[in-house]
Design a protein around this ligand. Structure first.
Ligand SMILES: [Fe+2]
Length: 418
């Protein structure tokens, strides 16, 4: 063999080892046990086959990554020999774009990505939020192929954050599904904070299990979210977001273990959280999201779940309630105390007296027929099955919501004007 051939083989071995060690499944989020500081912090989480690949270098320019942060390493993950790294950058400037990469000199660095910190709490601006749900890898989406198409479409928008309505994967106990999801969504999640709620497919479904309705251990390993990871809130500018775990509501209702019963710890937490949010005069919008819908067509509606949660939604005049579970897009009227408020213009909710309810659960999981139109609160649902995602823009006193299919066609839009 000529020396040049040997060098080529050595180089190819070197680069394949480097590729193997490259950080993967990189995703951003906000975290915090007691307080979630979206203006000055960012959590970066990734996996690698190598145990020493644990630094984030970052800075204000892509070629000057002079700051360093060290990640905590979790080696006991079920990701077949992969190590999970969690770093949190702090003391960041608000409303500022940062560049970063993760890895190490020894085992290689990721590409350079960028993210933007949230503005000061209470500051008005134009904020764009990606909304999707039910990316679960079941029939038709076994390798997240439909989800991947949506990722490509969503990547064309400049989101400040992405809210996921749960059922991230088909079976939360299958570790490789989480691996595949995070790999598929890295183009979005490495640059935009990913803030999910848990759906019934993400949590333990056996009602005798002490972890019933809680995520599988891999969820706590792979993510870095606020509070207990499943019921949490955070502020972005003048918006307060609340994410709540609806567990396995259908199964729980049958064995009297439904979450958010009045007086339960999670109910009291939500009541306190919303009390604080409403007292903060700089917070102008409150958006709550959960997996199980409060108002929906057909079997996806669990009446007792609705009865548990809607009194708090009504009490604190939540502006918008986003959900998933049913693999459709549905938009309802504003509703308060079960009373329906119809708008003169179907696309404008002008100072609505109630909360606007959306089901947005069609980002990959097998499509489930179409929503019914013979429900008094139904305003719009597509007349044929389709995968969708939504772009929500909040600017001052106006919230606009646009829903797109995988061809990029807008299938619905509306505004809430306060
Ligand atoms: Fe679901």
């Amino acid at each position: 063999m000529k020396p040049s051939g040997l060098i080529l083989i050595m180089l190819s071995v070197f680069f394949s080892a480097g590729a193997f060690a490259q950080p993967k499944n990189i995703h951003l989020s906000w975290t915090g046990q007691h307080e979630t500081n979206t203006s000055h912090t960012m959590a970066i989480t990734w996996n690698s086959k190598m145990p020493n690949n644990k630094m984030v270098r970052y800075g204000l320019k892509s070629d000057q990554l002079n700051n360093l942060a060290t990640a905590l390493v979790n080696a006991k993950s079920g990701l077949k020999g992969a190590y999970i790294y969690k770093a949190e950058l702090s003391n960041l400037r608000d409303g500022t774009t940062y560049y970063y990469q993760c890895g190490s000199d020894l085992e290689g660095w990721s590409a350079v990505y960028s993210f933007k910190t949230a503005p000061k709490i209470g500051k008005r601006g134009k904020y764009v939020v990606g909304v999707w749900g039910d990316t679960q890898n079941n029939k038709g989406n076994l390798d997240f192929e439909e989800t991947s198409k949506i990722v490509q479409k969503m990547a064309q928008h400049k989101f400040n954050l992405i809210a996921h309505m749960g059922d991230v994967v088909e079976n939360g106990s299958v570790v490789k599904s989480w691996d595949a999801f995070l790999n598929t969504t890295q183009p979005l999640n490495a640059q935009i904070p990913f803030m999910p709620v848990t759906g019934n497919h993400d949590v333990v479904n056996a009602n005798q299990d002490t972890s019933f309705q809680k995520p599988f251990p891999i969820y706590y390993d792979l993510f870095n979210l606020p509070g207990d990871y499943i019921n949490y809130s955070y502020d972005y500018g003048n918006i307060h977001f609340v994410a709540i775990n609806s567990g396995y509501a259908q199964g729980a209702a049958k064995v009297d273990k439904l979450l958010y019963e009045k007086g339960s710890p999670e109910y009291n937490w939500l009541n306190d959280d919303l009390t604080k949010a409403r007292k903060n005069k700089r917070i102008e919008w409150i958006i709550l999201y959960a997996h199980y819908p409060m108002y929906a067509y057909g079997v996806s509606l669990v009446p007792q779940w609705q009865k548990n949660v809607t009194p708090l939604i009504d009490k604190y005049s939540i502006d918008l309630c986003l959900t998933g579970h049913r693999h459709v897009y549905e938009r309802h009227t504003a509703i308060k105390n079960d009373q329906i408020f119809k708008s003169a213009d179907k696309h404008i909710y002008q100072k609505p007296e109630g909360t606007v309810y959306i089901t947005n659960g069609s980002a990959g999981g097998s499509l489930q027929g179409i929503g019914g139109t013979d429900m008094p609160s139904m305003v719009f649902t597509p007349s044929e099955k389709m995968y969708t995602y939504a772009v929500m823009t909040i600017e001052n006193n106006q919230l606009s919501y646009e829903v797109f299919n995988t061809e990029g066609l807008m299938i619905d839009h509306f505004k809430i004007i306060k």
